[in-house]
Design a protein around this ligand. Sequence first.
Ligand code: PLP
Length: 420
Amino acid sequence: MNRPEPAPTDRILAEAADRFGTPAYVYLTDVIEARIAALQGALGRWFDLSYAMKCNPNPALLAWLKDRVPYIDVSSGGEFLLARSAGWSPERASFTGPAKREVELRRSIAAGLGELVVESLREARLADRIAAEAGRRQDVVIRIAPDRVPKGFGDQMAGRPSPFGIDIEEAPAALAEILALPHLRVAGLHIYSGTQCLKPAAIVENWRIFIGIFRDLCIAHDLHPDRLIFGSGLGIPYHPGDTALDLDEVAAAAAPDLEALKADPRFAGTRLVLELGRYLVGPAGYFVTRVTATKNSRGARIAICDGGMNGHLAASGHFGMVLRRNYVMHRVGGSGGKGGSEEKIDISGPLCTSIDKLGSGVMLPRIDEGDLIAIHASGAYGPTSSPVNFISHPTPREIIAEGGQLIDATRIEGAGLRDD
Ligand SMILES: *Cc1c(COP(=O)(O)O)cnc(C)c1O
């Protein structure tokens, strides 16, 4: 369950906590490097990668990724600014989001955005007008909302009413209208309909649905797209008992569909893009929190920590989890002379609310005041999706560990974010 960590990782986590303070996110670039290599090895025959930066927009991490991943997907004007200031050239960016404001469209189009991911007819018409005023022809990819997603996706948005993309039912008519807009150039299609899937067969079935939609729409409108963007759906293990995806199994099962797509002359010049966030960076991050106090309360032992849901909403179970389940976590440091046996403990954060819980009935070696607890799979949807201002505790530090080097990459709140 809570497997003992290899010592080198623990040394890095302890050093980060001692030097920079807690709570702290520690991102291990070696792990990201290995994941990029694994993705390229298994799926690189068909796909180029695009990093969905909303899962971790840490500026230093973005700067590190820019030489290792070809494309980036931004979900707001603020993210576009962050990516650019981290060194990403605007042509490498796509811009998704269901409610882009006029100012965001205006700025990103003027700045030379690679592709606008158009999510509605309204957005297409607005972008066409803005592109005309800017004297540009803007590349767009059209986001389609499918009507089904296979079972097995932890988070799925298909088939139900959804703010995202153009419903497949409306797509033929909408596409015809968008193709007629003179200042937009339809460069391709995009689908992202679900994520956090740990079942290879379901992922491949979902890609098959994408391919069917892409092919039908391209034939109907005689498109020879530059690119087709696949929201990957690839999940990562979060909880005890979760099993990591086997990418080779995904690749083997997806090969016939992807090979057939590649062999179709209509798609001879088409680049396939795998858009993903958590799979790339999630397992590379640890959330390290120090135990401020322990308490025995009515038969339960509780460790009260300096970081909680304010720093790590997802691990508290309040970010898209229906039933709260513990993340995998461990006590940093070997047995420390405390013996090897484990005991049951609840892990809470510093907030004055009963929902601030990072673990319930977790089996860990003896935990005392001053100990460090490391929560795994915390490299994605960490600080960026946590209510860090709630109750005015310090925001978590963010540390990048590259080899043995620790770099303080704590994001300055609000920097570069106002885009209006
Ligand atoms: C969030 C998002 C992703 C990435 O999702 P992960 O689960 O982190 O892989 C990809 N594409 C779009 C459009 C997104 O909004």
